[in-house]
Ligand binder design. Structure first.
Ligand SMILES: [Zn+2]
Length: 68
């Protein structure tokens, strides 16, 4: 069992008590895998790819690679 939840839209990882993404207002999922830390979104190629995928601005934080 995962002790964190991830947003289905932007893939941001939150604590287990966050049932809805505060950014996208969509329900979070406890079924996610992979882990990606974004420290400097402006300079990160990975952050750009995340943004292309989700169409949501990537912030500093932890992101899942796969969310179901
Ligand atoms: Zn989100």
């Amino acid at each position: 069992m995962s002790e964190s939840r991830a947003c289905r839209k932007c893939f941001m990882i939150y604590g287990d008590d966050v049932k809805r993404c505060p950014v996208c207002k969509v329900p979070t999922s406890e079924t996610h895998s992979g882990f990606l830390g974004v420290i400097n979104p402006e300079k990160s190629e990975v952050a750009k790819k995340l943004e292309e995928r989700s169409n949501v601005r990537v912030l500093c934080g932890k992101y899942a690679l796969i969310v179901r």
